[in-house]
Write a protein that binds this ligand. Sequence first.
Ligand code: SAH
Length: 345
Amino acid sequence: MDIRSYGEEELTEIAEIFGEKSFRGKQLFDWIHGKQAVSFDEMSNLPAGFREKLKETYPISTLKIVDKQVAKSRDTAKYLFALPDGNVIESVWMKYHHGNSVCISSQIGCRMGCTFCASTLMGLERSLTAGEMLSQIYEIQRETGERVSNVIVMGMGEPLDNYDNLVRFIRLISSDKGICISQRNITVSTCGLTERIRDLMKEHFQITLAISLHAPNDEIRKQTMPVAKKHSIEEIFQVCREYFEVTGRRITFEYSMIRGVNDREEHAKELARRCKGQNCHINLIPLNEVKERNCLRSEDSDIQRFKIILEKNRINVTIRREMGSDIDAACGQLRKKFLSRTGKN
Ligand code: SAH
């Protein structure tokens, strides 16, 4: 495993295994996560022999920027990073008045198969390590010279299909000895793997959980999301109620609006009926059309009508502000283009 994936206790064990005093573990953690060192050579207060041994044993999961697209508005940039094994992943940087957000990938590709999404077109290549998830943020902070205050795990991949690494990542990114991003500023988005949501609530994190709902009923959900054949909306709502009871954190439902599929008046009414009494917030996302998919984006007027119906029913609802739609900022689009261009697909 790459060294960035380890917590302080594990680094202390590693130091001890190499015959070093246990405080070296603390120093190592500070170099890796406090100072975000990119090589062992920088770690000047560690004995040279120890540094050599570490170098031989552990890779540091640094990333190389392959491509960077900046939106005309200058407030969004999309990065295509190469991993040491040659795979490429995407991350998005967004500048808001209240701080900078980074949207990271949790897997290379995805196996969930949603019909409107570009990330899943070529299936799952592999999951990312916790270090590789962290590296996306460390690299963007370094490149922009600005502090990241919000993290969204909404890039390529299904984070709960990479559960152990995700939990490790959340602990490391929110550690007060690392870059210390408040858990309240971390959002994890899932297509609704209910068993894993139950595991996650037991961690008692203060993160925001976002669920990709995208339909008012199971029939419509099954048309676009294969995972709906396994978990019904009712089952998801039940686990969300438990999640809220245990963590006190309100759930966000994401609803990507696809023309003629889930954006009609009756869909809004059905959704409002089902969400009554559910402590939630609904985020309407205008679909990012993906060339390989034949899903169309809803008309703006239909999105507005949908929102008004939900509001009339006292459901908390917002329309996601669109950033970066001129730079292929939809999940998986940049990687897909890169792979086609380089002849890998
Ligand atoms: N696997 C996670 C994270 C995926 S991406 C999940 O399913 O939640 C984050 C959100 O973007 C999800 O709600 C996903 O369904 C949505 N999404 C994917 N492709 C999209 C597209 N082309 N347009 C709009 N939303 C999209």
